[in-house]
Design a protein. Sequence first.
Length: 86
Amino acid sequence: KAAGVIYRCLIQTSEMIKSGIINKEKIQGFMKEKLSAEPLVKEIQYASMYDPETLDEVENAGKEALLAVSVKVGGTRLIDNMLVKA
């Protein structure tokens, strides 16, 4: 169930970027809000946006952005990412 929340979070965030919201703070805030709403998620280790070529964290989404999330569900770490073309 928690893995589905991560996937839905990434899909919704990619839709935000495609609609023109490209600021890292807004995107991170949205992802953290969505992930925190899942009771099974005990800890958000990271939820951010990166340059897909350099893997450097970026302030704004460019033509492409890599969204990456890591959360703790119980004792298990779940990681997922998604490449978004703006």
